[in-house]
Design a protein around this ligand. Structure first.
Ligand code: GAP
Length: 442
């Protein structure tokens, strides 16, 4: 069973995602809407698993972290105070005077000639990435779809401190949608206009930030290892001072070797100083100081690990996507960790037209579904086809109920089933009474 080298891996992943119900083009039947994607039944399962594992690691698994789920729509003053309405959150844009195509000027080698039609490019101007909207029936109140979840955390800093009395240092974590009117959405889920972020604002004393920066760097790498990303596919890029976001004094981009693209940003890790709390304190007139046990007051500084769920989704699929030869045939499978796989296990009767097999298989299916939840029933086609289908969507085990389960041929095998392993294709006979504990070991 030899693994094959991947060519056109990204195209294959995109095609698998559509064919097997992971990701569809947004508004597909109307010709799509650029920069939007919809998650299908298996995609939403994988996406939820990513977010659940992240929450388990960074919130439930720690004593110094607090969860939050702030509203997407916020008072417009939030974005003025954070600096997002200004040039700091704009991209330089230029438009061709002939074909009217628009480009990010900082992505062009020559800002005078259109790369599409060789026409003349117009002046470079700043384009703000926030989607503007209006709140209320008279539309008098301007608002924005949030371009990062982070600001929801900063404006709730006082609420969390007052209600939870956290000790320094501590963090607030949030998972949620963010929106950016990207000039050039591209590369599947990589650069889109509506996406999900998993963000942490970790509040420290100013003098602690350097030591905590190193601790969080390790925490971030531990997360990547947990979701199966190989070290050789990860790189840390120290962002140059001239490229730093308007709020940051130091940033590391964690880059992943995306298939067909090469190394590019998977997650960001920024030292945001006290920029946000200070600005919100000034603009709102509400004190955002932390009061220590000894009565001293200070504005905490902030470390921000920020992860995009969509980019993690592609990286995970890229690591998991495998082609090998099994039984003389090429097969494709997703080598996903059990805790990320959309289906934990699939259950099948050997033949779907034998009521006694179907009945026993339904019993096993119901038992496993009660235990694990994400259990698939698969009785389409023959057993070989079912295995291939479940391999392709990353189901770690397939359980088959056959005549031996019924004890018809060999009474000693009564109430045992076949458990087939996705990665090796090996099969073992397991007593139904042991099935849950055997599956729990993976
Ligand atoms: N609060 C900090 C912040 O938003 P960012 O580097 O702009 O920092 C963080 O974004 C992460 O969000 C990125 O590393 C990426 O994973 C994801 N992300 C940002 N813009 C995105 C887009 N247009 N499409 C998909 N993911 C995006």
């Amino acid at each position: 069973m030899a693994e094959k080298k991947d060519e056109n891996k990204m195209e294959k992943i995109v095609s698998l995602c559509k064919r097997r119900g992971f990701v569809f083009q947004g508004s597909d039947i109307y010709g799509g809407l650029a920069g939007t994607w919809d998650l299908g039944p298996l995609g939403v399962a994988l996406n939820n698993n990513i977010k659940r594992e992240w929450w388990k690691m960074f919130v439930e698994g720690r004593e110094d972290m607090y969860g939050l789920d702030a509203a997407i729509l916020m008072n417009e003053k939030v974005w003025e105070a954070s600096g997002h309405t200004g040039a700091g959150f704009s991209d330089p844009i230029t438009e061709c005077t002939k074909c009217n195509h628009r480009f990010r000027a900082d992505h062009l080698e020559n800002t005078e000639v259109c790369p599409d039609c060789k026409g003349e490019l117009g002046e470079v101007r700043n384009f703000n990435l926030m989607f503007e909207t209006k709140v209320g029936a008279d539309g008098s109140q301007k608002s924005y779809l949030r371009p990062e979840t982070a600001q929801g955390i900063f404006v709730n800093f006082k609420n969390v401190v007052d209600s939870m009395s956290p000790k320094m240092p501590f963090g607030i974590a949030q998972i949620g949608k963010a929106f950016r009117n990207e000039i050039a959405p591209r590369e599947f889920l990589f650069r889109v206009r509506e996406f999900e972020q998993m963000e942490i604002e970790y509040f420290v004393r100013e003098e602690e930030w350097k030591a905590q920066f190193e601790v969080w760097r390790e925490n971030i790498l531990a997360w990547f290892a947990h979701i199966g990303l190989k070290e050789e596919n990860l790189k840390e890029l120290e962002v140059e001072e001239s490229d730093l976001a308007h709020y940051s004094k130091r940033t590391i981009d964690f880059e992943y070797n995306f298939p067909g693209k090469g190394f590019d940003e998977l997650a960001g890790f920024a030292y945001r100083t006290d920029h946000d709390l200070k600005n919100h304190m000034e603009a709102s007139g509400t004190s955002l100081e932390y009061i220590d046990a000894d009565g001293s007051r200070f504005i905490p500084h902030v470390l921000e690990p920020s992860f995009g769920v969509g980019r993690a989704f592609i990286a995970i699929l890229s690591e998991a996507y495998t082609e090998d030869e099994m039984g003389g045939e090429t097969r494709t499978y997703l080598k996903l960790p059990t805790y990320l796989a959309p289906n934990r296990v699939a259950v099948s009767p050997l033949l779907k037209n034998k009521p006694e097999l179907v009945e026993k298989a339904r019993e096993v299916f119901t038992m496993l579904k009660k235990q694990f939840g994400n259990v698939a029933w698969d009785d389409n086609g023959n057993v070989g086809k079912r295995y291939r289908r479940q391999d392709e969507i990353g189901t770690p085990h397939c359980v088959t109920i056959d005549f031996e389960t019924l004890g018809e041929e060999k009474p000693e095998l009564k109430d045992t089933v076949t458990v087939r392993d996705r990665d090796t294709g090996e099969q073992q006979r397991v007593a139904i009474s042991d099935l849950v504990s055997v599956l729990m070991q993976s």
